[in-house]
Design a protein around this ligand. Structure first.
Ligand code: NAD
Length: 504
């Protein structure tokens, strides 16, 4: 069997990444599948990051002159190149992040979908014509490219998050400087190579339209503080977003913040429990609980609690945990030791707060010492306290009981985060209340499905400590452009608005 290191090397070479980019550097990249080293990349210095922004600024000045539908053609070609590279890139995502094979491939499919979406969008960057009170005047709103877009991304969607931002930014006429997670630079290098192929086929793409800068926080901070970057899109923890949001605002830049979630599902008395069980299992344990939209809190009506939670305990006890590339396991590893330690700490706090913990232990036989596999944990909690109100990026599902629907809604909304939510119900009154203005306070509110697994088309993002950003679908493109209102006088007189007289 090929080792992760050997396979990673083969995949990177097949995807067109020169060996010099992933060997010999001082930053070691490990595969969570086995803990072994699969690459050693060179970090960029802050000065190199600044130079990248300068190049991106020049690229923007050329790219904004290219008509929108032609910019869309570049993104269409990017989608074609991603289709051609889907198998290899999907596998590389699994090797670098530990996702099961179908989720690795699914991540690349999401990139392809956003390219299709953005290509269509490139002919629909609509403004408005607005009725004016002044005779022989026309008033209109136009959308112009914003400039250099800085993209800072998290480890858990190492390539899809870039594409949600970059595909829109490119059709909007912007250039992109991308700082991926320091835990996942290899998939980013592969995407850069794929983009370069699309750019070569397009011909005439300005140098610097996409620049990848590698490194940790210090490199990201260059994007955050540089006034030549009008838009910073940052995906990651709330702790990161709190710093980034403030610093970008201090220089009056615009940030798109996609931060942590603490997503809940309410299971009502009218729920289809079989469907709910399957949905809960995927939402809570898929990606080993390392999605921003992972289900973390289950709020169950007391009339169905014993039935549902009894069945869930069996599912949790039986789920296979192991290397998803060499076994049929549905739950892969945590990204690293820090993630495993964080999970154990939260479970300990839950016990202290009166919780009953089922599962959660390390599965040592699933991999070598340096790999961190954990059995997903189901935790019955007497109250929504302690670790339940925080996001722990691991497969922990806290279960709470309710008796009145208002109480369930209060629990659902009673955390600082506001990303995703869902309800299992066939009672239309409860469903409609959940999605009404008095219902879920989250950016995403699903019905009869879990909170995870968003698709391209809808705007993605959340409220409160999730940061308020929206990406990907609907009119999210507007965040990558600047709005301009123009009033045009085609007459020979000068009527002033509001009837003001100023005759000189
Ligand atoms: P993280 O916050 O540790 O890092 C995210 C990125 O921010 C990395 O590239 C990191 O280098 C960079 N960074 C950190 N501090 C910075 C600073 N001060 N200035 C500039 N850059 C900085 O997050 P992570 O562990 O990689 O990812 C997990 C987190 O991301 C979870 O909280 C998860 O919910 C969240 N997430 C949110 C979404 C969403 O769309 N809402 C999507 C994926 C992940």
């Amino acid at each position: 069997m090929t080792s992760p290191a050997a396979e990673t090397r083969q995949l990177l070479e097949a995807l067109g990444v020169p060996a010099s980019r992933f060997t010999g550097g001082s930053r070691t990249v490990r595969s969570p599948l086995t803990g072994e080293t699969i690459g050693a990349v060179k970090d960029d210095s802050p000065a190199e990051a600044k130079a990248a922004i300068g190049k991106a600024q020049a690229a923007f000045e050329a790219w904004r002159k290219v008509p929108g539908p032609q910019r869309g053609e570049l993104v269409r070609l990017l989608g074609e190149e991603l289709r051609a590279a889907k198998t290899e890139l999907g596998r590389l995502v699994s090797l670098e992040v530990g996702k099961i094979a179908s989720e690795g491939l699914g991540e690349v499919q999401e990139m392809i979908d956003i390219c299709d979406f953005a290509t269509g969008l490139s002919r629909q960057l609509y403004g408005l014509t607005i009725a004016t009170e002044r005779g022989d005047h026309r008033m209109m709103e136009q959308w112009h490219p914003a400039g250099v877009v800085g993209v800072i991304s998290a480890f858990n969607f190492p390539v899809a998050v870039w594409s949600w931002n970059a595909a829109l930014a490119f059709v909007c006429g912007d250039s992109v400087v991308w700082k991926p997670s320091e835990k996942t630079p290899l998939t980013a290098l592969a995407v850069e190579a794929i983009f370069n192929r699309a750019a070569a086929r397009f011909g005439g793409v300005p140098d610097g339209l996409l620049t990848l800068i590698l490194g940790a926080r210090e490199v990201g901070e260059v994007l955050v503080d540089d006034p030549r970057v009008p838009v910073v899109s940052a995906t990651g923890s709330t702790a990161m977003g709190r710093i980034v949001g403030e610093r970008v605002a201090r220089r009056f830049g615009r940030s798109i913040l996609e931060l942590g979630g603490n997503n809940a599902s309410i299971v009502t008395p009218s729920a289809d429990l079989d469907l709910a069980l399957r949905a809960i299992a995927f939402a809570a344990m898929g990606t080993a609980g390392q999605r921003c939209t992972s289900l973390r809190r289950l709020i169950v009506h007391d009339s169905v609690y014993d039935d549902l939670v009894g069945k869930l305990k069996k599912v949790y006890a039986g789920i296979s945990v192991g290397n998803p590339l060499t076994t049929e396991s549905l739950v892969g590893p945590l990204i690293d030791k820090a993630a495993f330690d964080g999970m154990q700490k939260a479970l300990e706090e839950a016990r202290k707060a009166g919780g009953t913990v089922h599962g959660g232990a390390r599965v040592a036989e699933a991999g070598p010492q340096e790999a961190y596999y954990a059995r997903p944990a189901l935790v019955e909690m007497p109250k929504q306290v302690g670790p339940v109100v925080n996001e722990t990026f691991a497969p922990i599902l806290y279960v709470l009981k309710y008796s009145e629907f208002d109480e369930a809604l209060a629990l659902q909304n009673g955390v600082p985060q506001g990303l995703s939510s869902s309800i299992f119900a066939t009672d239309m009154r409860e469903v409609e209340r959940f999605v009404s203005a008095q219902g879920s306070d989250c950016g995403i509110a699903n019905v009869n499905m879990g909170p995870s697994g968003a698709e391209i088309g809808g705007a993605f993002g959340g409220e409160k400590e999730t940061g308020g950003g929206r990406e990907s679908g609907s009119d999210a493109w507007k965040a990558y452009m600047r709005r301009q209102t123009s009033a045009i006088n085609y007459g020979r007189t000068l009527p002033l608005a509001q009837g003001v007289k100023f005759d000189v």
